[in-house]
Design a protein around this ligand. Sequence first.
Ligand code: FPP
Length: 218
Amino acid sequence: MDGNGRWAKKRGMPRTFGHAQGSENVEMVCEDAWTLGIKYLTVYAFSTENWKRPSDEVNTLMELFLDYLTDYHDKMISKNMRVRCIGDRTALSEDIQNAIAVLESDSSANTGLNFTIAINYGGRDEITRAVRNIVSEGVDPADITEETITAHLDTASIPDPDLVIRTSGEERLSNFMPWQTAYSEFYYTDVLWPDFDMETLKDACRSFSRRSRRHGGL
Ligand code: FPP
């Protein structure tokens, strides 16, 4: 969800204003995704590298996450959404950890949009934690397969992404699901995240539908 800072700057506002606007856009995009028949949607909200930002920006983002998880709790449940978070949540505040646990538990039987929020998420960190867990379980190295690793990632219960959309003209993966995106399609748009709307999502889906996916085969 890139481009919040630039969106705010263009309006002479602080970057945190852009994050607040970006946060409000999340609900709409969930709605649009479900309307278009998308079953799984993941948003990259905060990376393991984002702690390097100024503390007031980090604090605002953490407040926005907590607000979103609590203010939209009932709405997400009533929309039948299944909500999960990925990333190392041990570094998050107790309030946020609790809000995540409540939302994950309350939505666990829901059958609508599978909505995943990546908070304090980094693909390399995720793989490192997975390897630690595999080793601590005493798995014989000879028995470790790709499936073993996949099953130990935070994303174990969700399928690999078909399409990764990055906004604001940046064309990098930035530590987002390096394992899971091995065969994903990518779509880059100059649209800044707060301006991302149904039209942009449709453009991305149209582009995706024209791709020929061979997964390494012919
Ligand atoms: C990157 O754009 C954006 C982030 C690091 C934060 C994304 C967070 C939100 C949209 C808010 C809340 C999310 C949820 C799930 C409630 P940037 O700010 O670095 O933009 P820039 O590249 O223009 O500076």
